[in-house]
Design a protein around this ligand. Structure first.
Ligand SMILES: [Zn+2]
Length: 681
């Protein structure tokens, strides 16, 4: 069960997709790799338009795929990271006699059962027969609640969900969060508004519900009536649900209460039984939407048992459809992905099976992935880079003249407390008791879901486990959670072009170094300044520091106000200020860290480029996304990040070391005049 967590500051590192540009297990090259010389546009001067210089040829030769808004080596690698996972899964699934309970047996049989599409198709809805039978047998409200508990065990969080996560008021505690899960359409507007698109969505939704029920064996007339009852029930629940903006508002969705208060809030729900079966402590918990829970309580008391039965049947089928036979999967794709999600075409069976293995058994896949693609030498190298970044940032904080000593001290302490986990977790999850078989795909999915639900429940009531990963090691994304001072860099992220074990340090500091330094900065800048070292929402910057930061960062506001994506359309400097401050500091810290590293590990000049030039070109190439103009127009209106071009040009033209590296004359477009250069930190 995963629930969007509106209060927690989970920042995806790098803020855009990144990973690898080649997923074969190629032999190590004979010599060190430098920058991508074939991507450069050497007809342009580095000092005139560095963005075009660094990656212009690549962009000219690689058009953006029709379904995407941006494209780069990094995005391409992110998109194709699953191929690495596929090669791991394909290999283990070829063998059928792995020791039972081993990681290889689990992965091979799960993947093999998923790829056996003929068997999945032949089974139809049969894999759900036992639960559907249980639903059909329900005769009273207590039976309805029993089914709700069963569905929760299967990670189907309807009509509400209970999931463990940090306590927003005190991140050291891991508590139960009770969230709304009553409606099947994206938000309340879909049920209540009269705009054509919502009316259309309702009509299609009703037809989709009826069709899915029919596929499961319900007669067409009965399915039509059931669909109307279901949508009517969901509409009543939607009326008590928050709109999507409020649901994402931290303050509006955190209601800490005791177990007794929860019982009073929704007295018709047998919470004693629920907590008993789930083995949850009757401790304080957080309720996201009390109004919804009150309405749900009323509906559980009032709505006919038959309505609840078809509703629960529908929500189970909805959750399982992508993993059932082709008829279910296509019906689900047509409505959810194509109509609501605007997806062009269904992902291949292979990709879907890889994603299933990663989502359910991430640590098993992670172990094999790491063996193949993240050897100890890579971990050692990344660890060293990260240490140097931390040391450079610490030294740089100490050197900031305008920050008050007490604030500096706190920043340094917070930095020291930041736990950076590299590649994979210290302890792998133990799946040996999860029974996985080659011929029962849905049962395997259910077993994996149960394992993950139970694992989450076991943490509730305990101190927050900072070593628990929220993404799988093979995922191409990484993140930092400011509230628990925890940064996770997955092995799936630490691949070319973000990190390349065969490239020079200059190339790696210019790619992953800048991105990681950017995010470490967030932990202690204006963003992280609102969360103290123990994770409490508390400002630890002084008023004077805030004022000075405001004054100094005005320089970047002015700079970015002057960056146009087309005539008449420029960045809103205020909106992108905090991200541009982090970009500028990211460049500075990574550069200092590289200099520090080169004292003991010199970097050779390669392809005619000095180490410093490699560093800057590397960032120009890993950030070198081609982006559709329409997407840029959207981005400047709502996103705190600048468009890719100005994330390169902006900070570099403020950086004297860039000017020096390329011997740019004063007055060159890539060199801001001394009096206009921004120095924040
Ligand atoms: Zn950022």
């Amino acid at each position: 069960m995963s629930t969007a967590n509106p209060m927690m500051s989970i920042l995806l590192i790098g803020a855009a997709a990144f990973a690898t540009d080649g997923f074969s297990r190629a032999a190590a090259p004979a010599s060190l790799l430098g920058v991508r010389t074939e991507d450069l546009n050497k007809r342009v001067q580095a000092c005139s338009d560095f963005y075009e210089y660094a990656n212009g040829t690549w962009r000219a030769e690689n058009s953006i795929p029709a379904s995407l808004a941006r494209w780069s080596r990094r995005v391409a690698a992110h998109e194709s990271n699953w191929h690495r996972q596929e090669s791991v899964l394909d290999e283990v699934s070829r063998k059928h006699d792995w020791p039972k309970g081993s990681v290889e047996q689990l992965l091979g049989d799960h993947y093999g059962s998923c790829m056996n599409e003929a068997a999945v198709d032949a089974a139809g809805v049969a894999p759900l027969a036992a639960v559907l039978f249980e639903i059909d047998a329900v005769r009273n409200p207590a039976g309805v609640q029993r089914i709700i508990r069963r569905l929760h065990e299967l990670a189907v969080p309807v009509p509400f969900g209970v999931t463990g996560d940090i306590d927003y008021q005190d991140s050291r505690k891991f508590v139960a969060h009770i969230v709304a899960g009553g409606i099947g359409l994206p938000d309340r507007d879909y049920y209540l508004k009269d705009e054509t698109r919502f009316v259309d969505a309702r009509t299609r939704y009703r037809a989709h519900v009826a069709k899915t029920l029919t596929l499961s064996g319900v007669g067409p007339a009965q399915a039509g009536r059931a669909a109307s009852d279901i949508v009517a029930l969901e509409k009543r629940l939607a009326e008590a649900s928050l709109d999507s903006a409020t649901a994402a508002d931290a303050a509006a969705t955190d209601h800490i209460m005791s177990f007794a208060q929860l019982q009073q809030l929704a007295p018709h729900i047998d919470w004693e039984r629920y907590f008993e079966e789930a083995q949850l402590p009757r401790a304080d918990l957080s309720v996201a939407e009390p109004k919804f829970m009150r309405q749900l309580d009323q509906e559980l008391a009032k709505a006919p048992v038959e309505t609840w039965k078809v509703y629960l049947k529908w929500r189970l089928l909805d959750s399982a459809s992508p993993w059932l036979s082709r008829a279910f999967a296509e019906e689900s794709f047509g409505f959810r992905d194509q109509y609501l999600g605007k997806a062009a075409e269904m992902k291949s069976r292979t990709q879907r099976c890889v994603e299933s293995a990663d989502a359910l058994f991430g640590d098993a896949l992670g172990q094999k992935y790491v063996q193949a693609y993240f050897p100890p030498a890579s971990k050692a190298k990344v660890t060293q880079i990260v240490r140097n970044l931390q040391a450079a940032l610490k030294a740089q904080i100490a050197a900031v003249a305008w920050m008050e000593p007490a604030t500096k001290q706190k920043a340094i302490e917070k930095l020291a407390a930041t736990d950076i986990q590299i590649g994979y977790p210290d302890h792998w999850k133990d799946y040996s008791a999860v029974g996985i078989h080659r011929d029962t795909f849905w049962a395997n999915v259910a077993a994996g879901r149960k394992f993950n639900v139970e694992e989450n429940r076991r943490q509730i009531g305990k101190p927050t486990d900072r070593s628990f990963w929220r993404l799988s090691p093979a995922s191409p994304d990484s993140y930092i959670i400011l509230e628990i001072n925890s940064m996770v860099l997955t092995a799936g992220t630490l691949q070319p072009p973000f990190f390349n074990p065969d490239a020079t340090d200059a190339v790696n500091y210019g790619a992953m170094g800048i991105a990681i330094a950017h995010d470490l900065t967030h932990a202690i800048d204006a963003t992280g300044g609102a969360v103290d070292i123990s994770g409490q929402p508390k400002n630890w910057w002084t008023e004077k520091d805030h004022k000075e930061f405001e004054n100094r960062s005005q320089c970047l506001v002015d700079q970015f106000d002057g960056y146009f994506i087309e005539p008449g359309a420029h960045h809103d400097g205020k909106r992108v200020r905090d991200e541009t401050v982090a970009d500028l500091r990211g460049v500075r810290i990574a550069y200092l860290a590289l200099e520090r590293s080169m004292q003991t590990h010199p970097v050779p000049t390669l392809d005619g480029f000095t180490p410093e030039q490699q560093f800057f070109i590397s960032w120009g190439q890993t950030s070198g996304h081609a982006m559709r103009l329409e997407a840029q127009r959207q981005l400047i209106k709502g996103d705190p990040h600048p468009v890719p071009k100005f994330r390169v040009i902006g900070p570099f033209s403020d950086t004297p070391e860039f000017q020096k590296a390329f011997s740019c004359p004063a007055g060159a477009p890539m060199v801001r005049p001394a009096e206009k250069r921004c120095v924040i930190w």
